[in-house]
Design a binder for this molecule. Sequence first.
Ligand code: HEC
Ligand code: HEC
Ligand code: HEC
Ligand code: HEC
Length: 427
Amino acid sequence: MERKHIIRAVCVSIFLVALTVLMSGLVTGGHLIYRDAKRGDLAPLSREDIKYLNVESPEATSKDGTVNANDWSAVYPEIVLTWRDNEKNSYVTDYLEQDPYLVNIYEGYGFARDYGSARGHEYCLTDVHKTQRPHPKANCLTCKTPNFAKLVNDQGVGVYSMPFEEVEAQMEESVSCYTCHGNEAGNGGLRVVTHSYVNKALGNNVNSIDPSTLACGQCHIEYYFTPEDSETMMPYHDVTGMSPDAILAYYDAMGFKDWVQESTGTPMLKTQHPEMETFLQGKHAALLNCADCHMPMDMADNGTVYHSHTLVSPLDSPVLLSTCTTCHGDTDMTKLVRGIQERVTARETEVGNKLSEFKDALASAVSEGKKSESDLDALRKLHREAQWYFDYCYVENSEGAHNSELSMRCLDTSEAKIDEGMAMLAA
Ligand code: HEC
Ligand code: HEC
Ligand code: HEC
Ligand code: HEC
């Protein structure tokens, strides 16, 4: 073949590949729009543009009484009703009562005072208001209300470090349509990232995550507040960075700590709720998204098929359980999930109590002054890491169901570091 034929053949193949990529983008429809146009680009909208939900009135009204013409309950009555049903998930477990060792390991941090399990989205604003944990800045409102996301989108990152009370007084509703759809729910339920830090942290890598996973991943993630301006931030730039090891390395590299524990002197990390990270490193990552297991399909009287927006455990939904059979056949899913959760929680209790003993032993070593500073620093490093890995599993809300291997590995890693520390202390 002549050289120019080879070049032409190469050009044609490149063109065909490019066309295929473009077409596959087009056939995924909503995804393409989501990817190209809607990433947190909300500047033209003003705060008043948020479409409100109002429980009393079929027409949405905002706090000052003005009727908002953009009324979701008129357009999507079923979805709005199912969303409000999240109110029924109101039960809270007091983790500090259930696992008393937590009070000791979180010493010096807010979670030692008040740590209850999560409940429905309806309660976000109530719960952040009444928590006994201190919240000096407005950044605690990040994952509670679309009004806050909007305020950041409109006014910039300065909002994060405003006084909590001042900003809280302006908040009008808990997590709601705007959070996951911007004002585009009417556009076939287009999912929009409204939390600007997601785009900042992931950049173009947001494209590698399913929109129905990222919608939840705006909040169900590990995060930190940047030392410069207290901005909420994700500690990675892509999916490979979403492992406990990579995140720990990220924090170590920037010298980050959530607090210094007084009795041990350890620069501690507090893991938040790494649901998305844990899920994306697991076996379903490439197969399913969050909605597939937490938002069952439903049908309205007029035949409209829609995703129920009551976020449930798949074990409580016959519709969701029936979807598992596609891949799991006739496996008893409840037994499978509860079995994993029992093993994980039993190990949590075991490792958590050991961690508490290690913390006490380290605190004694510090107060007795018999170890050298360099030995103490090596011990503190082990302590910081042991607690990080323990917490990464403990605070993940599925109790192992999302990724049992990772949960177990975190607990094993934590235990190995505790054992190493105890051996050093005994030497
Ligand atoms: C926590 C995120 C979240 C919130 C809040 C939310 N949605 Fe959705 N919504 C989704 C996801 C995820 C899907 C799509 C599921 C899929 O197709 O994968 C969806 C789908 C939709 C759809 C497309 C039709 C369907 O059922 O699939 C509409 C319309 C919609 N939502 C309207 C609303 C309205 C109205 C509200 C406020 C009451 C709302 N959504 C609140 C996440 C959310
Ligand atoms: C704007 C932030 C935000 C987004 C987005 C979000 N959540 Fe949540 N979610 C929360 C908060 C905060 C709580 C805890 C509320 C409380 O206890 O007051 C919560 C609680 C929950 C609970 C109840 C937990 C329990 O143990 O009962 C489930 C289930 C849940 N979310 C699933 C989802 C799913 C699935 C999505 C995506 C479709 C999603 N969330 C999107 C912030 C968010
Ligand atoms: C393969 C199905 C599956 C997928 C996909 C999935 N989850 Fe779950 N999730 C579960 C199961 C099973 C549980 C445990 C439920 C229980 O204890 O009853 C759970 C529990 C949870 C809980 C604790 C609340 C509760 O009801 O106990 C939250 C919050 C949660 N998932 C969020 C998410 C988020 C966010 C995503 C996406 C990043 C996601 N899940 C993806 C199956 C799934
Ligand atoms: C598209 C296929 C598919 C669907 C649908 C599916 N799963 Fe899975 N699931 C898998 C695969 C593949 C594995 C890994 C099996 C293995 O490694 O042995 C798995 C493993 C699991 C595990 C063990 C995970 C772990 O980390 O130990 C649980 C729990 C689970 N699935 C729950 C569910 C539930 C609940 C549903 C329905 C709501 C569901 N799955 C639907 C494909 C699927």
